[in-house]
Write a protein that binds this ligand. Structure first.
Ligand code: G3P
Ligand code: CA
Length: 359
């Protein structure tokens, strides 16, 4: 397009002329405000899970007291139909299931009743894995129900964080979207000033969440691989020769720009207000994934009228890189660090809060 024409056209018209439909796009600040989502958002990933065992009372209490905007959680359902919060498909990594139920140790959560799950120690693994952050009281932590996480969110009248709830492996739990609605409704979290965001990697679950709770903001999580964005290369980790998973993930890219855009359209059509891409972290690590929060990707997402909440970063240099790339919020295991980075430091230290809470 010539400079002559560009002088006479607005930005929107220029983008339309370039093939991008911005007719309903809003700027991210407006979109966040309308959805009632703080920007930039501090999303406490499985609670303050760097400093306390993930998805337990200690990690969620700490995240709340530090001042996180949201408590992030992965939702699953017990054999007797209770919604509980746990990340992994099985109990082996974060509990003593192998000792208590050796013959069922690799079974999914749906194989256990709530009473059985409540017998498990969900904190000792952390003390073993992270001796520098270990605390004897963590040994007494248990798996939480969704209701118990809501109790924690409601427990400090001076700061009530929102709930950022992921339907985890939703095909294993048919109807979990409706179950979730019933709990949130019963607890009064679908009205008033309560902040809830629903998230999922599963586009079908997104549609079901939108059907059940059309008024609640939703985010489609993004990944490169089966059930999500098609990769440029089908080379597996084993075939790749990569030194670790993080290096392999960092090498994985969407097939092309059109494929990335297709998933933004899926998110939009499914009723999402944003996407949740993974990020390749500067120093790698277990939560370093595909680089799906590149500046052009975030710009395209914003041009579609969608927000970007990236998972999961813990280091100031990653925070800076991701903010420079244009994201609207970050999932973090280190709530205190992200709050400090955003210039909203917590009033008390992690040490103080854990001490006051009896840990
Ligand atoms: O929900 C955002 C992020 O948590 C997605 O990854 O595996 O930690 O649930 P994951
Ligand atoms: Ca999650």
């Amino acid at each position: 397009m010539s400079a002559h024409w560009s002088k006479h056209l607005g930005v929107g018209a220029l983008l339309l002329a370039s093939g991008l439909d911005v007719s309903r796009a809003e700027d991210p600040a407006t979109l966040a405000e309308r959805a009632g989502i703080p920007r930039p958002a501090v999303i406490a990933h499985r609670g303050a899970s760097f400093d306390a065992p993930e998805s337990t009372r200690a990690s969620y209490l700490l995240a709340r007291e530090l001042g996180a905007d949201y408590l992030e959680m992965d939702l699953q359902r017990t054999r007797d139909g209770v919604l509980i919060v746990l990340h992994d498909d099985t109990l082996e990594r974060t509990t003593d299931v192998a000792r208590k139920f050796p013959e069922r140790k690799d079974k999914p959560v749906s194989d256990f009743t709530l009473a059985e799950l409540k017998t498990l120690d969900a904190g000792s693994w952390f003390n073993v894995a992270h001796p520098d952050r270990a605390r004897p009281a963590f040994d007494k932590l248990h798996i939480l129900t969704l209701d118990q996480v809501i109790d924690i969110a409601e427990g400090n009248p001076a700061h009530r964080p929102g709930l950022y709830i992921e339907t985890k492996v939703p095909k294993q739990f048919p109807g979990i979207e409706r179950d979730l609605k019933h709990v949130l409704k019963a607890r009064g979290w679908l009205q008033g000033t309560h902040k809830v965001v629903l998230q999922t990697f599963d586009k079908d679950s997104l549609v079901l969440l939108n059907k059940e709770m059309p008024q609640v903001p939703k985010v489609l999580l993004l990944w490169v691989g089966e059930g999500s964005i098609e990769p440029q290369s089908s080379v597996t980790f084993a075939e790749s020769g990569a030194r670790d998973k993080a290096a392999y993930y960092a090498s994985q890219q969407p097939r092309d720009r059109a494929e990335f855009e297709r998933w933004l359209d899926i998110a939009k059509a499914g009723g999402a207000v944003g996407t949740g891409p993974g990020a390749a972290l500067i120093h790698g690590g277990e939560q370093s994934y595909m680089d799906l929060a590149q500046p052009w990707m975030n710009q395209l997402t914003h041009d579609k009228g969608l927000l970007v909440h990236v998972y999961a970063a813990d280091e100031p240099e990653d925070f800076q890189k991701l903010m420079d790339a244009g994201v609207d919020g970050i999932f973090t295991n280190r709530t205190a660090e992200l709050l400090k980075f955003y210039g909203r430091p917590a009033q008390s230290s992690v040490e103080q809060i854990l001490g006051w809470q009896g840990y």
